[in-house]
Design a protein around this ligand. Structure first.
Ligand SMILES: Cc1cc2nc3c(=O)[nH]c(=O)nc-3n(C[C@H](O)[C@H](O)[C@H](O)COP(=O)(O)O)c2cc1C
Length: 193
């Protein structure tokens, strides 16, 4: 697969090698990816940690190149759960008291936004790593956010479902290889900023 350095492929490829050689692979061969492999990618994604299991993945264009895996969050999930557990929520709020309840409500929107995004991206990373291990080209994209309504309409995705990433997948036309990242010493602060 790689002409320059020897890389491991398959489900037993060494984890650190896979992590350090998972590139954004955008150049694709025309041949489509079998549905079973796309399912493997989504299966890996479902193993990511998530707040409340409201994730769904739509596989689109799967008979073409690139196939699109669309990572979505069903925003009605947490609201419905809150409604079902309304009694317990009220007890919790009474225990918190007025001041802390107001602080919590002030931060609720941000907390939900962070929770939604943070529920999606661990799964997406699992998907990208699995694609690399299986020798498939994939890349994370968020360009759809510029045309969110149009993309939702084109893909038939309902309004209460939010798209957090679109991952084009195909057979690689380029090579996998080491990614370039800044040195560890620049990325880590020990005990001070
Ligand atoms: C939040 C996020 C959004 C991204 N959006 C796009 C995108 O819209 N289009 C794209 O081609 N790549 C996108 N990427 C992929 C990055 O461009 C890629 O990870 C970066 O260029 C590093 O490439 P490398 O991993 O091959 O070193 C995105 C990555 C992240 C984390």
């Amino acid at each position: 697969m790689n002409k320059h350095i020897s890389l491991s492929f398959g489900t037993d490829a060494p984890l650190i090698e896979v992590i350090t050689t998972t590139r954004a692979m955008r150049r694709l061969e025309p041949e489509p990816v079998p549905r079973a492999l796309l399912e493997e990618l989504v299966r890996s994604a479902t193993y990511g940690p998530s707040a409340g299991n409201n994730l769904t993945y739509q596989a689109d264009h799967f008979d073409r190149t690139p196939a699109l895996i669309i990572a979505c969050y069903e925003s009605r999930g947490p609201i419905l759960r809150m409604c079902h557990t309304f009694g317990r929520q009220l007890i919790a709020l009474r225990t918190l008291g007025t001041r802390h309840t107001l602080t919590m409500l002030r931060n609720l929107r941000r907390s939900m936004m962070v929770g939604e995004a943070a529920s999606i991206y661990p799964g997406v990373q699992n998907l990208l790593l699995t694609a690399r291990a299986l020798g498939l080209a994939a890349s994370m994209t968020t360009w759809h956010t510029m045309f969110e309504r149009e993309v939702e309409a084109a893909l038939g995705i309902p309004r209460h479902v939010k798209i957090y990433a679109i991952i084009p997948v195909g057979r690689p036309a380029g090579n996998f290889g080491p990614v370039t990242r800044r040195p560890l010493a620049d990325a880590i602060h020990w005990q001070h900023w």
